[in-house]
Every structure is written in C-alpha cells, then in structure tokens.
Design a protein around this ligand. Structure first.
Ligand code: NAG
Ligand code: NAG
Ligand code: NAG
Ligand code: NAG
Ligand code: NAG
Ligand code: ZN
Length: 464
C-alpha cells in the first residue's frame, strides 16, 4: 500500500474537531458579533450565501481565495469548479472586491434566516400538507395515541420533519422493539459530552451466517441535517420492505449482508446545531480552545473558529476514535473477525458519490475501476427511481478536502474495499437547509443507491 498509516490517521482526524487558533487579544475585546442571538439561538438575518465559479483560476489563486474566504466567512462547499461561502451582511457587501476578475460570483441565498426557518418547519397535525413555520424543539407530533410513531409504515409523520436527537433516539428504539430478531442496537463509545454513540445492526434471523458487513455512518457534520434523517429512513425502509416483500431487494440485502448504521455520530454537535447554532458543523469537544466551544463567531476580522478545521492531531475527537475502533476492532462483546465489506459516509450537500482518495489525487486506489463502476451503478439506480443526478468519481476530483476523509481511512487502513463518501441533496438551492418535504425523496435516493451498491457487491464478489 502506497499510503502510510500516519497520513490516513490524519485523514480520519478530519471528521469534526474544533479549531484552536492562536489567541488574538484584540478579538476578545471590542468586537461586536455579527450573529445576532435571541434566547441563545443564533440568527442569520440578512446573511448571504455566494457561489464563486473559480474554474478559470490557477491552483495558487484558488488556494489564496479559499483562505481569504475561510477567514471572512464560512465555506459550505468547495469543488474544482465552484466554492460556496456563507457570509454575514457586512462581509457580503465587500465580497465582489475579494473575487479575482477571472472568477464569477453569484448570490445563491439572499437571506439565510429564511432557509433556517424553513428547515425547522413541521407539518401541522390533521392539516395534510400544511406546515407550521417552526417546530417544537422536543415534542414533535407523533402518529400514535401514546406519543409514539407508527413504524410499520414509511408514511409515519416521523419522516415529515427534521427531528431533534431525542426524537431520533426514541424512533430508533421503537424500531428495535418492532423488529426483534432483525434489528439490534449497541454502543460504540461516547461523545465528548458523554452521549452514547449508538449503532444499529440489521440482519435477517434466517439470513446468511457471518454475512459481510456494510457500515453506514452519518451526522458527523452537525448542520448536515439530511444525513441522519436519510440514514434513519434507509434503515426503516429496509425493515418495512423486508416485512412487506419477503422476496424483494431489502430481503435479499438483509439475507446476504449485515447492515450497520451509525446515524448520529456527532450527537453533541447535532443537539447544538438544533438548539443554538444552525450552522454548527463540528463536535463539541473542548480542546482547551479559548473561544471555540459554542463561540464560533463572525467578527470584523473573520470567523474566529473555522468550521472546516481538521484537527491538530489524528484521533483527537472521541467520536472519531470510537468509529475507527469499531471499524478495525468491532466491539468488546463481538470482536471483529473480518473487516466490513463496505463503508458509506453520508454527508450533504452536492449530490456526489465518491470513492477514495480525497486527500490527494496522486494516490490512485488499485481497484478504482471497480469502485467507479459501482458508483455509476449507484447514480443510475437513483435516476431509475426518478431521483436527481448524482455524480460519481474520485473524491479528490469532486471536492477540495485538504485533509482527507473517513472513507480514505476505511479504505486504506481498514481495508474496506467498497468505501465511499456521499454528499446527498441538494446542489445548493437550499444547501444544508433542505426543507422537510425533501427528507423522503433524499431517503429514497439512499435506499435505491445503497441497495444497488449491495447488489453490485453481491453479484461481483459473493455470487459472481
Ligand atoms: C464554471 O465556469 C466554467 C467555465 O466558464 C463552466 O464550464 C462551468 O460550467 C461553470 N460551473 C458552474 C457550476 O456553473
Ligand atoms: C473562463 O474563461 C472563459 C474564456 O476566457 C470565459 O468565456 C468564461 O466566462 C470564464 N468563466 C468564468 C466563470 O469566469
Ligand atoms: C424566522 O423565524 C423567526 C422566529 O419565528 C421570526 O422572528 C423571523 O421573522 C423569521 N424570519 C424569516 C426570514 O422568515
Ligand atoms: C400503522 O400503519 C399501518 C399501515 O398504514 C396501519 O395499517 C395501522 O393501522 C397503523 N397502526 C396504528 C396503531 O395506527
Ligand atoms: C484496536 O485495538 C487495539 C488493541 O486494543 C488498539 O491498540 C488499537 O488502537 C485499536 N484500533 C483502533 C483503530 O482503534
Ligand atoms: Zn459533511
């Protein structure tokens, strides 16, 4: 293997770790925050998101612009073609002066708060199709008289809204009870704030013994709400479809594979993004940073704690450590005998399904051709069910992630042959603030895509 473990350990460290910048005393004093807070909840009134097409710039100019934007705002996405950046009003006003003349800047979100409100919308019980502008934080409407969800149908109102962590946990507990023998849950570790890191494993009681494992993770980046929502939809759909059609695709997937989903790998961040700061991305670990625990703020000098910081040391975050340990070692109760066969890391946004490596294009995976072919199959399966276009390719070509990602790690260190990193919907209209009516469609993309991937692996490696 060309890639050293140290480099990839660094890559895995890129998941979600707070930044500790050199402390600048001038920033601590006399800097009015650009984000207005109401009751401890960040507001983004008048914040804008801009897309800059920088395809004509040299790599050097791109790197320079990237670092300017990173300190002036909050980078949402960067590809070789475009960079999307969220800017507070005062910075947005002088954006045009920051953009080189060979690049083109377009405003794609004029008022971020409007989208934040939309992503929190909740259906009004009894009024089909009507949405209340904001949801209750802790007590979302349910469809059973005892305050639970009807998990025997994918039509349950659970999937009508982005749910708080507590509701996701309760829904998943209900699933475990409703599908005994098929679904079980266990913990792979604890978050920095002591929340359990929960995993859910589905496999038919009458399925193949020692079936190869497919691991799906999501929720590392707190603001990417559609990740956990569609990971849960995927798990729910497998179980419901298995019940409804004993000869269908889900039944086959759960006979031939063990499917493990870790839907909320960064529970602390997920709670924080819901309750305090919608744009929160990282975990909530305090690494002794003076300003970064809940205090990531735009200041006249820029964002004090960069949201894309990739960590100072590998495996700093307990969430990352726990995930890596599960991939390599399994659990204390069930030490790993065989590496997982596939690993898929669900993020948003961009509609991409990417294979390693992301940290560099100079290292090509030996079985890139197979990874590409399977990726094309995933995109095609999503199109076949009426979904949108997803692009597939090597991650380094579709995103600019300087430090690498979890799929790099599972591929090289974990020897997980089918390792992918996905960016779910959309392509930038709503970005991280997908409205709730797009949860099911995105979940359906994931069901179609990952089922196709499992069948591809089955057909090429298991029963060729
Ligand atoms: C960016 O600009 C290039 C060159 O003008 C063009 O080919 C490309 O389609 C643009 N990309 C986007 C996402 O608009
Ligand atoms: C890139 O350069 C080409 C050729 O000069 C030009 O037509 C195009 O508009 C440029 N694209 C952007 C995004 O500036
Ligand atoms: C968003 O919701 C808040 C609280 O309900 C409200 O005060 C604000 O006006 C809304 N903003 C927009 C742009 O809809
Ligand atoms: C749950 O949903 C199923 C399928 O739509 C329905 O048949 C059943 O009556 C529902 N259960 C309850 C308790 O509402
Ligand atoms: C796997 O377990 C060994 C022995 O306990 C430990 O040293 C190693 O760090 C673990 N690997 C990971 C990736 O956590
Ligand atoms: Zn992400």
């Amino acid at each position: 293997m060309l890639v050293t473990t140290a480099v990839l350990a660094l890559a895995m460290g890129a998941l979600a770790i707070p930044h500790q910048q050199p402390f600048d005393p001038d920033l601590a004093n006399a800097t009015p925050a650009y984000i207005q807070e109401t009751d401890g909840v960040d507001r983004y009134d008048g914040h804008e998101v801009w897309r800059i097409n920088w395809s004509n710039l040299s790599v050097t100019s791109r790197t320079a612009l990237h670092s300017v934007l990173e300190s002036a705002g909050d980078i949402w996405k960067a590809t070789p073609d475009v960079i999307d950046v969220h800017l507070p009003p005062r910075v947005a006003a002088f954006l045009p002066s920051l953009v080189p003349k060979d690049a083109q800047a377009t405003k794609i979100v004029p008022d971020l708060q409007a989208l934040v409100n939309l992503s929190l919308a909740h259906p009004i019980p009894g009024l089909a199709g009507a949405y209340a502008p904001r949801s209750p934080l802790t007590n979302p409407p349910t469809d059973l008289p005892d305050g639970g969800w009807n998990v025997s149908t994918l039509g349950t109102v659970f999937h009508d809204a982005f749910q708080p962590l507590s509701a996701m946990d309760r829904f998943l507990d209900t699933l475990v009870k409703a599908f005994p023998g098929t679904l079980r849950t266990f913990e792979i570790g604890q978050s920095a704030e002591g929340r359990p890191l929960r995993a859910y494993t589905a496999h038919r009681a009458d399925g193949k013994e020692d079936a190869p494992e497919v691991v799906i993770i999501s929720g590392q980046h707190a603001r990417e709400w559609v990740g956990p929502a569609s990971a849960i939809y995927f798990l729910h759909a497998l179980l419901v479809n298995l019940n409804d059609d004993p000869h269908g695709t889900a039944a086959k997937v759960l006979r031939e594979f063990t499917v493990t989903v870790v839907p909320t790998l960064n529970p602390d961040g997920i709670v924080y993004s819901r309750e305090h700061s919608r744009m929160w991305r990282k975990n909530r670990q305090d690494v002794g940073g003076l300003m970064c625990k809940g205090e990531s703020r735009f200041t006249p000098s820029g964002l004090v704690c960069s949201e894309s910081y990739s960590g100072q040391r590998p495996f700093e975050a307990p969430e990352t450590t726990a995930m890596a340990n599960y991939i390599v070692n399994g659990t204390a109760d069930a030490p790993r005998k065989r590496m997982p066969r596939a690993f898929i890391d669900l993020h948003s946004y961009g509609q991409l399904f990417m294979f390693p490596y992301s940290f560099s294009c100079n290292v090509f995976p030996p079985d890139a051709e197979n990874l590409m072919e399977a990726g094309i199959g995933v995109a095609k399966a999503i199109r076949m069910i009426g979904g949108p276009g997803y692009q597939t390719g090597q991650a380094c070509q579709s995103t600019l992630r300087f430090a690498g990602d979890a799929a790099d790690y599972t591929y090289a260190v974990g020897q997980v042959r089918w390792s992918y990193s996905a960016e779910l919907r959309d392509t930038g209209t709503y970005g991280f603030m997908l409205p709730p009516f797009l949860i099911r469609p995105t979940g359906i993309d994931v069901v179609a895509g990952l089922s196709a991937l499992a069948l591809f692996i089955y057909n090429t490696e298991i029963e060729p």
